[in-house]
Design a protein around this ligand. Structure first.
Ligand SMILES: Cc1ncc(COP(=O)(O)O)c(C=O)c1O
Length: 198
């Protein structure tokens, strides 16, 4: 992102003392929102790594509120009720909020490894009979996932050279549901015109 664009986009944030400010993207990427219902930054500069797996709910009413927040979403300013670490916890959810904001997205979902993220996305989007078009140059474990594991579920992949968009166009079938590429590609660092592919 150019400096000019960074200056134009002011991101609302707050100091620990509750003072409202606007900062540029570069500052936002370092400090995030700096105040959130998820953590009390006025007393703790950095949120702790959560070591709880399951949280005390105090009452059935508060627990119910937590499950409603998980199922339906939480108003930004509402006090979060944490239930169980995998569902939500402060460290990860603050990162996800800030990444979504930085990317201009609605929500963000982080994973502890790249293969976990790729497996989850493909598992959610695809069903037997669907088809993937993938760049022939991709990370080895992703290649293995497509060719050895998803193929068992009758999900086929056509590999082609994404540095030419005509190749991608020619490989698309009516049952194609995913177009998969890395840029820079691992390991050759070839670049794919993602805007063109979209
Ligand atoms: C392009 C690419 N995809 C996926 C992965 C897998 O990431 P992880 O080892 O975190 O599962 C890597 C790891 O280097 C990668 O370079």
């Amino acid at each position: 992102m150019s400096d000019k664009k960074m200056d134009k986009d002011a991101y609302p944030t707050m100091s620990g003392a509750g003072e409202r400010r606007k900062v540029g993207m570069s500052t936002f990427l370092i400090h995030g929102k700096a105040q959130t219902a998820r953590w009390d930054f006025s007393h703790h500069t950095v949120p702790p790594l959560s070591s709880s797996v399951t949280y005390r709910l105090d009452s059935a009413e508060r627990g119910g509120r937590g499950f409603l927040q998980f199922g339906r979403g939480r108003e930004e300013d509402a006090e979060p009720v944490y239930i169980y670490d995998r569902l939500d916890e402060p460290t990860r959810s603050i990162l996800e909020d800030d990444l979504a904001k930085a990317e201009g997205g609605e929500v963000c979902c982080t994973f502890s490894t790249g293969m976990a993220a790729i497996s989850a996305v493909l598992g959610i989007l695809l069903k037997p009979g669907d088809h993937i078009v993938a760049f022939g140059t991709i990370y080895g474990c992703t290649y293995s996932l497509l060719t050895r594991w998803l193929s068992r579920l009758q999900i086929a992949t056509t590999f082609c050279d994404f540095t030419g968009l005509d190749n991608v166009r020619a490989a698309i079938r009516p049952e194609t549901r995913v177009i998969f590429a890395e840029t820079p590609a691992n390991p050759t660092l070839e670049l794919v015109d993602l805007g063109g592919v979209v």
